[in-house]
Design a protein around this ligand. Structure first.
Ligand code: SAM
Ligand code: SF4
Length: 476
């Protein structure tokens, strides 16, 4: 059994698999166009890339090579995910924090932050408001503090699932919270969570040490790097990794993410369910170090190269990014976005739809604060299918036993019909007239493109049941 310096028990065979000098040595090599083409072809055959292969794509800076990477990422996204975009909303439960991460508005030394933890009634009130808007999938977010024990997190999850507002219900609760020990992960898993998400922030050891002060629990790089291994060993076989871009060289972080995904794949025979790639945003009292901020152009490369490196991993683009950029980046391989998001504590009821942000209660500023209905309408107009599907995890289709993309025809048989029935629920129960009209156009188009047969007949029956008999939550 291995432990960290603080005596906390790590996963079995825990090891620090990030070798900074090795990763750095891959970068700044001249890119050979032939090699870039071969690696892109490997991605297009839906094979995950080695870390060194990802580095070749990162080193490809000539315009024509960059364009070929963009084109390939767009194509791969269409091949693997089709045109579905899964929607969710973040729900901040508490912002007390004992850590002092230099980039975060919740850090303990930020005396301007108004500290608050939602009690169960306040939490339920937030959930009711989210259900009234049509949300079905949430991610609960917590600072790192003894108040947010595994039992507290599990209880919050149960509270959320129990809320029913009209026809509304939350069908999947994901978590973004502190790394736990094995027992803690088990407790939270038993509450019926979807994904447990933990971002390494930066994979670069010296940078990590510089921005996470010694003496705080987050200062322990290995405790965090190993956290999703412990989650896995405790029954959470649905995990999300991420890096906060803008803390160090974005190319190094991409290599760190790919190394992390490969580590999970090697050890547990299944990679992470999702990768997040938030860019650093202005936050209360945070001095941004300009040196590593990622430009929009580099951000597009980053997303495309990640898409090509991990063809089967879901990619999350958050509302930290402004609407116009989100629109463009979606095509490069994103599979999930949040919409209608508020990140102030209590923000869904207390700030309403007023497009105004409450600085002192926020962790950072959002770039896209449009209401859910506006985002859904835009997706529909652009030809995407907004999806609230939660079928896989509720039917136990997670982890090593199940990789949706390994099952032939899975997307046509399950994902697309499930996306369309959840869209139909939204159109009937929540959509504005303009969104409903756009949705009906998209549904008609999707049905027209679908070959006739049993599958299409069953889908038509389900869409009708939802619209006419009020049945809900029909899924494969
Ligand atoms: N306290 C837990 C932790 O640190 O993992 C979970 C919650 S924390 C609020 C969630 C994530 O927000 C962090 O992992 C970090 O990547 C991100 N974050 C913090 N400050 C940010 C900023 N200024 N801009 C963008 N994202 C930020
Ligand atoms: Fe606390 Fe997480 Fe913010 Fe760090 S990133 S200060 S751990 S809430």
């Amino acid at each position: 059994m291995s432990t960290t310096e603080r005596g906390r028990r790590l996963s079995e065979d825990a090891r620090d698999f990030i070798d900074d000098s090795l990763l750095a040595s891959y970068l700044d090599q001249p890119a050979d166009p032939g090699q870039v083409r071969d690696i892109v072809a490997k991605s297009m055959a839906k094979q995950p890339l080695e870390v060194a292969e990802t580095a070749v794509l990162l080193n490809a800076t000539q315009r024509d090579l960059v364009e070929s990477i963009f084109d390939a990422a767009r194509q791969l996204k269409r091949d693997v995910y089709g045109n579905r975009i899964v929607l969710f909303a973040p729900l901040y439960v508490g912002n007390y924090c004992t850590n002092d991460c230099s980039y975060c508005g919740f850090r303990r030394s930020n005396t301007d932050a108004v500290r608050r933890t939602l009690d169960s009634e306040e939490l339920a009130a937030q959930v009711k408001m989210l259900e009234r808007k049509g949300q079905k999938r949430l991610i609960l977010v917590f600072g790192e503090h003894r108040r947010y024990s595994p039992e507290f997190i599990a209880e919050s999850v149960r509270t959320v699932y129990a809320v029913r507002e009209g026809r509304g219900e939350i069908r999947r609760v994901n978590i973004n919270a502190a790394p736990q020990d094995h027992a803690g992960f088990r407790t939270i898993h038993e509450a019926g969570i979807g994904t447990y998400q933990i971002f390494q922030e930066t994979y670069h050891h010296d940078t990590y040490a510089a921005i996470h002060p010694a003496g705080t629990s987050k200062a322990d790089y290995l405790w965090r790097l190993d956290s999703l291994d412990r989650a896995w060993e405790s029954g959470c076989d649905d995990v999300g990794i991420g890096a906060l871009f803008g803390l160090y060289d974005w190319r190094f972080e991409v290599l760190g993410l790919v190394a992390h995904a490969r580590h999970l794949m090697d050890k547990f025979h299944c990679g992470p369910h999702t990768i997040s790639f938030p860019r650093l945003r202005p936050a209360s009292g945070v001095r941004m170090n300009e040196q590593w901020l990622v430009s929009d152009d580099d951000f597009k490369r980053l997303v495309s190269i990640l898409r090509l490196s991990v063809p089967y991993t879901g990619m999350i683009l958050t509302a930290r990014e402004p609407a116009a950029l989100r629109r463009e980046i979606l095509g490069f391989g994103v599979s999930q976005i949040d919409a209608g998001s508020r990140i102030e504590l209590g923000g869904y009821t207390e700030a309403g739809d007023a497009q105004q942000q409450i600085q002192d209660r926020e962790q950072f500023e959002l770039g896209d604060i449009r209401p859910l209905d506006d985002v859904i309408r835009e997706l529909l107009v652009e030809g995407y299918i907004p999806s609230f599907c939660t079928a896989c995890y509720r039917l136990g289709r997670t982890g090593e036993q199940f990789m949706e993309f390994a099952v032939p025809g899975f997307i046509q048989r399950m994902c697309t019909p499930n996306a369309l029935t959840t869209l139909q629920e939204y159109l009937v129960d929540y959509a504005s007239p303009a969104t409903r009209a756009a949705g009906e156009r998209l549904l008609a188009q999707q049905l027209a493109d679908m070959p006739d047969g049993d599958r299409k007949r069953e889908l038509l029956r389900r869409l009708k049941r939802i619209a006419e008999t009020g049945e809900r939550d029909l899924y494969y």
